[in-house]
Design a protein around this ligand. Sequence first.
Ligand code: ARG
Length: 460
Amino acid sequence: KEAKLWGGRFEESVTEAVETFTESISFDKLLSKYDIMGSIAHAQMLAHQSLISVKEKDEIVKGLEDIERRIANGEFQWRTDREDVHMNIEAALIEMIGEPAKKLHTARSRNDQVLTDFRLWCRDAIDGIIGSMKRLQVSMVTLALKNEGLIVPGYTHLQRAQPVLLQHLLLAYVEQIDRDIGRLVDCRARMNFCPLGACALAGTGLPIDRFMTSETLGFTAPLRNSIDAVSDRDFVMEFLSANAITAVHLSRLGEEWVLWASEEFGFITPSDSVSTGSSIMPQKKNPDPMELVRGKSARVIGDLVTLLTLCKGLPHAYNRDLQEDKEPVFDSVKTILGMLEVSAEFALNITFNRDRIQKALPAGHLDATTLADYLVNKGVPFRTSHDIVGRAVALCTSKNCQLLDLSLDELRSINPVFDEHVYEYLGVENAINKFSSYGSTGSACVASQLDYWTKKLEIK
Ligand code: ARG
């Protein structure tokens, strides 16, 4: 059995069970690229500070680059008995180049090393997620552009409320995703500080230059406090919180589209390419991708909860519990990327059923609030106009008709304030045309929102 890199004081080797239970190589090998990047920066700094010779640095860098190539080609042998990614790479380097490799861990601990790797990994992950978010925004705007002028029922409490332009609803999602991007941008900026050189927890008496490694690795600056540097996981919590919020947004989108694809709504038809069937019911065509977007949001929320729970009882500084921080992050990132990609694809593969939507619009008195505004324009206090329109709706209910079917006499029997201009406010098309406030569903307002997004996202 190979001696552990930390084996000096030990007389017995660890049991199989402990080795299997404590290893992290099975998942933290995902950090290898960043571990090597960090080690190269560290070696360069050590040489610059004359803690190792330039020759030793060159051999270390060459060896590490070689290991990186072997990993990329799938030729590198990951070993559970070498515990984690850091010791797998260091032990392999020692095996390859001998003595100089034994100097690499000068003024470094796995505690600052793992966090350097992890921050670098998360930084790249954030950039990837932001890319996917922009693609989803583009899909949503593209879908909006394809459906100009389409009015759909707007809901509150899932009850018919007011008419809205479909474009307006789709752009609501674009806004939400934009704030999700903003949260990741903020998180990235706060995350981008370098733990390297904090060592185990207290720093070092060796003459290292933390500013140099920080700069080489593209961080804003070294973290100011070495204890904080190896203890903190709030950058992870913040990242997972941002992902959880995004997941909730996508889950709501999923729910909406699943509902809209139902026979009962029938507002959208997903194409076959984004639907799946039933193993028993031959007629079925299900919107599974969006159901799974809704379903997978549970994992992303769970990943955040795992991190929060993991950290809540930990004293400073590093505790081995913290090794458990990686899998939730890997899972969260993989899941959110899939959710974003599938949502974008789904958006490009649905058709809005204009006839069906058109038939649905008359029900639910979507123009009632516009009618109340008509009365306000005529000087009726809003509370009174609300009451008058309420009575008109009651009359419609008893007659089983729409507001625009009521005659002027019938309206006047409720209140003499009505005149023939009332019909310019009734019906969903008229109602839509009356909206004019900033951010409203009025055609001009929506057109300017759409213009903003088409330009911002550079859609042709
Ligand atoms: N695999 C460990 C982790 O992920 C690396 C740090 C180990 N440090 C230690 N002192 N055992 O946290």
